[in-house]
Design a protein around this ligand. Sequence first.
Ligand SMILES: C[S@@+](CC[C@H](N)C(=O)[O-])C[C@H]1O[C@@H](n2cnc3c(N)ncnc32)[C@H](O)[C@@H]1O
Length: 216
Amino acid sequence: MKISNRLKVIASFIKDNSNVIDVGADHGLLEIYLLEQNKANSLFAVENKIGPFTILKNNLKDYKVDLSLSDGISEMPEHVDTIVIAGMGGILISDILKAHKEKLTNVKQIVVDAHRDNRLVRETITNLGYYIEKEQIVFENNKYYFVISFLKGHKKYSEDELEWGYKTNKDPLFEDYKEHELNTLSLNLVKYRSSERATKVGIETKEAKIRRLMNL
Ligand SMILES: C[S@@+](CC[C@H](N)C(=O)[O-])C[C@H]1O[C@@H](n2cnc3c(N)ncnc32)[C@H](O)[C@@H]1O
Protein backbone atom coordinates (compact mmCIF):
# COMPACT_ATOMS: atom_id res chain seq x y z
CA MET A 1 0.00 0.00 0.00
CA LYS A 2 1.18 3.54 -0.77
CA ILE A 3 1.35 5.83 2.24
CA SER A 4 3.13 9.10 2.91
CA ASN A 5 6.74 9.18 4.00
CA ARG A 6 5.59 10.86 7.24
CA LEU A 7 3.38 7.86 8.14
CA LYS A 8 6.19 5.48 7.12
CA VAL A 9 8.58 7.20 9.54
CA ILE A 10 5.95 6.98 12.30
CA ALA A 11 5.53 3.24 11.56
CA SER A 12 9.30 2.70 11.56
CA PHE A 13 9.54 4.26 15.06
CA ILE A 14 7.03 1.80 16.56
CA LYS A 15 8.67 -1.16 18.34
CA ASP A 16 7.98 -4.68 17.02
CA ASN A 17 5.12 -6.60 18.67
CA SER A 18 3.60 -3.47 20.16
CA ASN A 19 -0.02 -3.07 21.23
CA VAL A 20 -0.83 0.18 19.51
CA ILE A 21 -3.54 2.82 19.86
CA ASP A 22 -3.75 5.31 16.97
CA VAL A 23 -5.62 8.40 18.14
CA GLY A 24 -7.18 10.28 15.22
CA ALA A 25 -6.72 7.34 12.84
CA ASP A 26 -8.70 9.08 10.07
CA HIS A 27 -8.70 6.72 7.03
CA GLY A 28 -6.78 3.98 8.84
CA LEU A 29 -3.79 4.07 6.47
CA LEU A 30 -1.27 3.63 9.30
CA GLU A 31 -3.16 0.57 10.59
CA ILE A 32 -3.18 -1.13 7.17
CA TYR A 33 0.55 -0.40 6.72
CA LEU A 34 1.42 -1.71 10.21
CA LEU A 35 -0.50 -4.92 9.49
CA GLU A 36 1.26 -5.33 6.13
CA GLN A 37 4.60 -4.84 7.85
CA ASN A 38 3.60 -7.34 10.54
CA LYS A 39 4.72 -4.76 13.04
CA ALA A 40 2.04 -4.64 15.73
CA ASN A 41 0.68 -7.33 18.00
CA SER A 42 -2.67 -5.52 18.29
CA LEU A 43 -4.21 -2.33 16.93
CA PHE A 44 -6.83 0.00 18.41
CA ALA A 45 -7.91 2.86 16.15
CA VAL A 46 -9.80 5.87 17.55
CA GLU A 47 -11.80 8.65 15.93
CA ASN A 48 -13.92 11.17 17.82
CA LYS A 49 -16.13 12.27 14.92
CA ILE A 50 -18.79 10.20 13.21
CA GLY A 51 -17.75 11.20 9.65
CA PRO A 52 -14.12 10.05 9.83
CA PHE A 53 -15.16 7.11 12.05
CA THR A 54 -17.57 5.81 9.38
CA ILE A 55 -14.81 5.99 6.73
CA LEU A 56 -12.38 4.31 9.15
CA LYS A 57 -14.85 1.49 9.87
CA ASN A 58 -15.43 0.93 6.17
CA ASN A 59 -11.71 1.01 5.25
CA LEU A 60 -10.77 -1.42 8.03
CA LYS A 61 -13.71 -3.82 7.76
CA ASP A 62 -11.47 -6.63 6.44
CA TYR A 63 -8.62 -6.01 8.90
CA LYS A 64 -8.02 -7.12 12.47
CA VAL A 65 -8.22 -3.70 14.14
CA ASP A 66 -10.39 -2.74 17.14
CA LEU A 67 -12.25 0.50 16.51
CA SER A 68 -13.61 3.12 18.85
CA LEU A 69 -15.68 6.24 18.39
CA SER A 70 -14.39 8.10 21.43
CA ASP A 71 -12.28 11.00 22.61
CA GLY A 72 -8.49 10.64 22.71
CA ILE A 73 -7.27 7.89 25.05
CA SER A 74 -10.43 7.89 27.21
CA GLU A 75 -11.42 4.35 26.08
CA MET A 76 -7.88 2.99 25.68
CA PRO A 77 -7.70 -0.66 26.82
CA GLU A 78 -5.17 -1.63 29.52
CA HIS A 79 -3.12 -3.89 27.22
CA VAL A 80 -2.08 -0.93 25.01
CA ASP A 81 1.62 -0.12 25.44
CA THR A 82 2.18 2.28 22.52
CA ILE A 83 0.33 5.50 21.73
CA VAL A 84 0.46 7.17 18.30
CA ILE A 85 -1.01 10.65 17.90
CA ALA A 86 -0.25 12.23 14.54
CA GLY A 87 -1.46 14.97 12.27
CA MET A 88 -2.84 17.34 14.91
CA GLY A 89 -1.69 20.50 16.62
CA GLY A 90 0.57 20.24 19.65
CA ILE A 91 -1.98 21.81 21.99
CA LEU A 92 -4.55 19.12 21.14
CA ILE A 93 -1.97 16.32 21.46
CA SER A 94 -0.92 17.64 24.88
CA ASP A 95 -4.53 17.99 26.05
CA ILE A 96 -5.41 14.44 24.89
CA LEU A 97 -2.54 12.95 26.93
CA LYS A 98 -2.98 15.15 30.01
CA ALA A 99 -6.74 14.46 30.15
CA HIS A 100 -6.11 10.79 31.11
CA LYS A 101 -2.68 10.65 32.77
CA GLU A 102 -3.92 7.72 34.86
CA LYS A 103 -4.13 5.61 31.67
CA LEU A 104 -0.40 5.91 30.94
CA THR A 105 0.75 3.32 33.53
CA ASN A 106 1.28 0.53 30.96
CA VAL A 107 2.35 2.84 28.11
CA LYS A 108 6.02 2.31 27.20
CA GLN A 109 6.19 4.38 24.03
CA ILE A 110 4.47 7.52 22.67
CA VAL A 111 5.03 8.47 19.01
CA VAL A 112 3.81 11.90 17.96
CA ASP A 113 3.83 14.13 14.92
CA ALA A 114 2.45 17.55 15.77
CA HIS A 115 1.79 20.00 12.99
CA ARG A 116 2.75 22.89 15.25
CA ASP A 117 3.75 23.68 18.86
CA ASN A 118 6.41 20.97 19.10
CA ARG A 119 7.97 22.72 22.07
CA LEU A 120 4.77 22.26 24.07
CA VAL A 121 4.58 18.60 23.00
CA ARG A 122 8.17 17.89 24.14
CA GLU A 123 7.58 19.70 27.42
CA THR A 124 4.22 18.01 28.15
CA ILE A 125 5.32 14.45 27.37
CA THR A 126 8.64 14.72 29.23
CA ASN A 127 6.70 16.10 32.22
CA LEU A 128 4.44 13.03 32.01
CA GLY A 129 7.48 10.81 32.69
CA TYR A 130 8.96 10.06 29.24
CA TYR A 131 12.25 10.94 27.55
CA ILE A 132 12.94 11.57 23.87
CA GLU A 133 14.28 8.39 22.27
CA LYS A 134 14.67 9.88 18.80
CA GLU A 135 13.31 12.42 16.35
CA GLN A 136 13.22 12.66 12.56
CA ILE A 137 12.39 15.64 10.38
CA VAL A 138 10.12 14.91 7.40
CA PHE A 139 9.50 17.40 4.58
CA GLU A 140 6.13 16.87 2.97
CA ASN A 141 3.53 19.08 1.26
CA ASN A 142 5.95 21.99 1.60
CA LYS A 143 6.04 21.64 5.39
CA TYR A 144 8.54 20.34 7.94
CA TYR A 145 7.21 17.74 10.37
CA PHE A 146 8.97 16.41 13.47
CA VAL A 147 8.21 12.77 14.23
CA ILE A 148 9.18 12.14 17.85
CA SER A 149 9.40 8.90 19.84
CA PHE A 150 9.23 9.06 23.64
CA LEU A 151 10.03 6.15 25.98
CA LYS A 152 9.31 5.83 29.68
CA GLY A 153 11.96 7.51 31.85
CA HIS A 154 13.36 10.89 32.82
CA LYS A 155 15.89 13.21 31.23
CA LYS A 156 16.44 16.97 31.46
CA TYR A 157 16.45 19.01 28.26
CA SER A 158 17.96 22.37 27.37
CA GLU A 159 15.80 25.23 26.13
CA ASP A 160 17.14 24.61 22.58
CA GLU A 161 16.34 20.87 22.72
CA LEU A 162 12.78 21.61 23.84
CA GLU A 163 12.35 24.22 21.11
CA TRP A 164 14.07 22.58 18.13
CA GLY A 165 14.39 18.95 19.10
CA TYR A 166 16.75 16.41 20.60
CA LYS A 167 19.82 15.88 18.37
CA THR A 168 17.78 17.14 15.40
CA ASN A 169 20.71 19.36 14.37
CA LYS A 170 22.30 16.08 13.13
CA ASP A 171 19.26 15.34 10.93
CA PRO A 172 20.01 15.60 7.15
CA LEU A 173 17.06 18.02 6.81
CA PHE A 174 18.01 20.27 9.72
CA GLU A 175 19.95 22.89 7.70
CA ASP A 176 16.99 23.31 5.30
CA TYR A 177 14.56 23.52 8.21
CA LYS A 178 16.83 26.00 10.00
CA GLU A 179 16.98 28.31 6.98
CA HIS A 180 13.19 28.17 6.65
CA GLU A 181 12.66 28.77 10.39
CA LEU A 182 15.18 31.67 10.46
CA ASN A 183 13.28 33.32 7.60
CA THR A 184 9.99 32.93 9.48
CA LEU A 185 11.43 34.23 12.77
CA SER A 186 13.10 37.21 11.04
CA LEU A 187 9.88 38.15 9.24
CA ASN A 188 7.96 37.90 12.52
CA LEU A 189 10.54 40.15 14.18
CA VAL A 190 10.21 42.80 11.45
CA LYS A 191 6.40 42.74 11.81
CA TYR A 192 6.61 42.81 15.61
CA ARG A 193 9.06 45.74 15.63
CA SER A 194 6.64 47.90 13.64
CA SER A 195 3.58 46.90 15.69
CA GLU A 196 2.14 49.05 18.46
CA ARG A 197 2.42 46.27 21.04
CA ALA A 198 6.22 45.93 20.59
CA THR A 199 8.27 46.25 23.78
CA LYS A 200 12.06 46.37 24.29
CA VAL A 201 11.96 43.04 26.15
CA GLY A 202 9.78 41.50 23.43
CA ILE A 203 12.22 42.54 20.69
CA GLU A 204 15.26 41.32 22.68
CA THR A 205 13.60 37.94 23.34
CA LYS A 206 12.87 37.44 19.65
CA GLU A 207 16.40 38.51 18.66
CA ALA A 208 17.90 36.12 21.21
CA LYS A 209 15.82 33.23 19.82
CA ILE A 210 17.12 33.93 16.31
CA ARG A 211 20.73 34.03 17.59
CA ARG A 212 20.24 30.72 19.44
CA LEU A 213 18.95 29.01 16.30
CA MET A 214 21.78 30.47 14.20
CA ASN A 215 24.27 28.91 16.61
CA LEU A 216 22.82 25.40 16.38
C1 LIG B 1 -5.54 15.45 10.17
S1 LIG B 1 -6.13 13.93 10.74
C2 LIG B 1 -4.63 13.01 10.90
C3 LIG B 1 -4.80 11.60 10.46
C4 LIG B 1 -3.59 10.70 10.68
N1 LIG B 1 -3.38 10.46 12.10
C5 LIG B 1 -2.36 11.28 10.04
O1 LIG B 1 -1.42 11.64 10.77
O2 LIG B 1 -2.32 11.35 8.81
C6 LIG B 1 -6.57 14.21 12.45
C7 LIG B 1 -7.68 13.27 12.89
O3 LIG B 1 -7.77 13.33 14.32
C8 LIG B 1 -9.14 13.25 14.69
N2 LIG B 1 -9.25 13.77 16.07
C9 LIG B 1 -9.12 15.07 16.47
N3 LIG B 1 -9.26 15.16 17.80
C10 LIG B 1 -9.47 13.89 18.27
C11 LIG B 1 -9.70 13.35 19.56
N4 LIG B 1 -9.74 14.12 20.64
N5 LIG B 1 -9.89 12.02 19.68
C12 LIG B 1 -9.86 11.22 18.57
N6 LIG B 1 -9.64 11.68 17.32
C13 LIG B 1 -9.45 13.01 17.16
C14 LIG B 1 -9.84 14.05 13.61
O4 LIG B 1 -11.20 13.68 13.50
C15 LIG B 1 -9.03 13.70 12.35
O5 LIG B 1 -9.59 12.64 11.64
